[in-house]
Design a protein around this ligand. Sequence first.
Ligand code: SF4
Ligand code: MG
Length: 318
Amino acid sequence: MVLLNVKNVRLNYITTRGIVKALDNVSFSLDEGETIAIVGETGSGKSTLAKVITRSWEENARVIGGEVIFEGVNILGLSEEEFRRSYRWVKIAMVPQGSMNSLNPVLRVVDQMIEPLLLRGIPRIDAIKIAGDALESVGLSKDVLTKYPHQLSGGMKQRVIIAMAIQSRPKLVVLDEPTSALDVMTQANIMNLLKRLRSKFKLSYIFITHDLALASELADKVLVLYAGKVAEFGSADVIYSEPKHPYTQGLMSSVPTLREDKKLSFIPGEVPSLINPPSGCRFHPRCPFAMDICRREEPPLVTLENGHVVACWLYVKG
Ligand code: SF4
Ligand code: MG
């Protein structure tokens, strides 16, 4: 069963320097219970795509095209009120990038956790019960409810954030770099927790990361973004064993070094400005295989076997 179908999403940011074309015709689909990893360098559009799916984009963002169909409903077409009542923190939850450091320091954990529940009209006493149970399912004690964020370690804070995300039993959880601020041991513990929660609550994940090694632990599918466009999309097995797009191949070859969100030394150059993206294929200034046509014309999305797609002239026949 298809849970989420993202179709031709286009988003611009309006900035003082010009219009930033942050997402251009991005499409992918996700079945119930599946996990998709969205990978790419800083500036590739990963977090922006997460914000479209959770309708949490910034004031200066404009969604100028496309649909996000969740369980058959285009959630971009709903009113804010409808989305808040039935989707946000209900069916679709998010662990935003850096969220463990955005817990309000003057609020106890319980007050932060129950806020979205109270907003939905759940009585306070029930909300506290739900929050306590959620803490236990992420391996924390109910005592954490009465704590302030400064009394918790980084790993505990991240568990609180994950508990908040799953407490309403969503179908889809969008995780934006959920382990990037943690040490290696804590990171491994959180990854194991995410696996346990996924099978216990039958969750689907959108797992956003610049770390392909980490992504391989969870992902059934992989979407590779480059400069706001889909470079490649397909099953994780195929993308890890036989990446087709030159950019994916470059990412794969630099896997051991991808622990920090920085530009890749293995692929010379950097993600281009999206105010004036390069002509043709946006990757052509960095691509070792670039041909004349790559500089002139955008490559089409070519479908290979089993729904695997790649945007590259190397795979266009004839
Ligand atoms: Fe490289 Fe051309 Fe393929 Fe772009 S379309 S990735 S420049 S070969
Ligand atoms: Mg990001």
